[in-house]
Design a protein around this ligand. Structure first.
Ligand SMILES: Cc1cc2nc3c(=O)[nH]c(=O)nc-3n(C[C@H](O)[C@H](O)[C@H](O)COP(=O)(O)OP(=O)(O)OC[C@H]3O[C@@H](n4cnc5c(N)ncnc54)[C@H](O)[C@@H]3O)c2cc1C
Length: 404
């Protein structure tokens, strides 16, 4: 006997998991489980203006506006040339982008889900996940003790990390590179040139990024491959500051007040499949982008909503055409993203002898010259917008069942 029976169990209460739950909860019972009681501070504070459409779709736009996130005026980059290029946000047809208060942003989704009848178990862990012919049985551990949840469908929204019980079922991630990020959150008062802009600067063995957070602080981040010498050097505060001093745009931020350096994986990766028998993956769990793209949160919203709607459709029609179409859309996104990413890195030719850049120069894909490679310039937003939010039916001949 299971303690709880639901239509859908979502693993992960980030933006993707909550968006999926919000898209489903009008017609289906949904439980979300997250290992964290509350969202925690994390890097990833730039939201492209084009995300408005999806936040509106979840009817959260008024709440978003009342949360005091701030606007970015555009981006400045030294990429492919030592001469800075400015991209004025006012010229972007979608409007100005946003610097988020990331915790408030994630909290907004959790609160909305709870208000609309989704039960969130947090902190909670899925200790085992098994499937019988009809449903999943999740053994979970939370503050209320152990319990079991029976769910007809599971949505994996657990971010970049693999989820061991499901990985055994075949949800493998393919890593496309070894990018890592070393970053600091700079306190207010430290010199912050171009603080209303996002800043990107290519250097010998990687690239730097600076962006403001909604609370007036600044993120400074260095990206390179995990096996490059500067990946190690940038882990220490002194190494990080020495390297920062060598930059053209950000040298003046190298202050004694800079705190210890945090680390994150920033590699591009994608799951082998985005759905299967009784499950689908959303957000970073289906593909995670190079931070150069600034498309992670947009993608989390898009895939969360698309998967939630596809699942509702699959349940209504009792077939999996919409989920098969969701999978096709994801494959299209990954292909376009990888081609744009290669083209974007190929714009930087000054350091072609360095292994970091050489690894990224192999594709023949062309990128319109003169664009500048700025964080967020990869165009996935345009791709996703043009793909629309609704799935059009595709063949389900070989597709495994959704709710069966
Ligand atoms: C260095 C860096 C910079 C970035 N900058 C940007 C940016 O500027 N703009 C942008 O749009 N994107 C950025 N991103 C990407 C963005 O942060 C992610 O794409 C986005 O957070 C994905 O949302 P998600 O909901 O899929 O996953 P997550 O936000 O990772 O949420 C996953 C949730 O699942 C929970 N979880 C994980 N495992 C389990 C488990 N086993 N059981 C229960 N719960 C679990 C976690 O606690 C978490 O709450 C950046 C990423 C990196 C690495």
């Amino acid at each position: 006997m299971n303690d709880v029976n639901v239509d859908c169990l979502v693993i992960g209460a980030g933006v993707a998991g909550c968006s999926a739950a919000l898209a489903l909860c009008a017609q289906h019972s949904v439980v979300i489980i997250d290992r964290l009681a509350e969202p925690v501070p994390r890097i990833g504070e730039t939201l492209p203006a084009s995300a408005e459409r999806m936040i509106r779709r979840l009817t959260l736009w008024d709440e978003f506006l009342s949360d005091n996130h701030t606007r970015t005026l555009g981006s400045i980059s030294c990429w492919g040339s030592s001469r800075p290029t400015i991209r004025d946000g006012f010229l972007d047809p979608s409007g100005l982008g946003w610097s988020l208060d990331r915790i408030r942003f994630e909290r907004m989704f959790r609160k909305a889900a709870t208000r609309r009848g989704v039960r969130i178990i947090a902190p909670g862990q899925v200790v085992n996940l098994d499937r019988n012919p009809l449903e999943w049985i999740a053994q979970i551990q939370s503050a209320d003790g152990p319990q079991s949840i029976a769910a007809r469908f599971v949505i994996l929204a657990n971010g970049r990390r693999g989820f061991p019980p499901v990985r055994r079922a075949g949800v493998d991630q393919i890593a496309h590179d070894k990018l890592v990020c070393r970053y600091v959150r700079v306190p207010r008062g430290v010199p912050a040139p171009y603080s209303a802009f996002t800043v990107t600067e290519a250097v010998e063995e990687g690239w730097w990024y600076a962006g403001a957070t909604a609370d007036g602080r600044r993120i400074l981040a260095y990206h390179t491959d995990a096996d490059m010498p500067t990946a190690r050097r940038a882990c220490s505060r002194s190494g990080f500051l020495e390297m920062l001093k060598e930059t053209y745009l950000l040298a003046s931020c190298a202050s004694d007040q800079v705190p210890d350096v945090a680390r994150a994986s920033a590699r591009s990766q994608s799951s082998v499949n985005s759905y299967g028998l009784g499950w689908c993956a959303v957000g970073d769990a289906t593909c995670a982008f190079d931070p150069l793209s600034s498309q992670g949160l947009f993608h989390a919203l898009f895939t969360g909503i698309s998967a939630g709607e596809a699942l509702a459709d699959a349940s209504r029609r009792d077939d999996t055409a919409a989920l098969a179409n969701y999978e096709n859309t994801i494959r299209g996104i990954v292909t376009t993203y990888r081609s744009n990413l290669t083209a974007c890195y190929a714009l930087e030719k000054r350091f072609y002898r360095n292994e970091f850049w050489a690894r990224r120069q192999s594709s023949k894909t062309s990128w319109r010259s003169g664009n500048g490679a700025m964080k967020g310039a990869l165009g996935n937003a345009a791709l996703l917008s043009s793909s629309g939010l609704r799935a059009t039916p595709a063949s389900s001949e070989t597709a495994p069942g959704a709710f069966n």
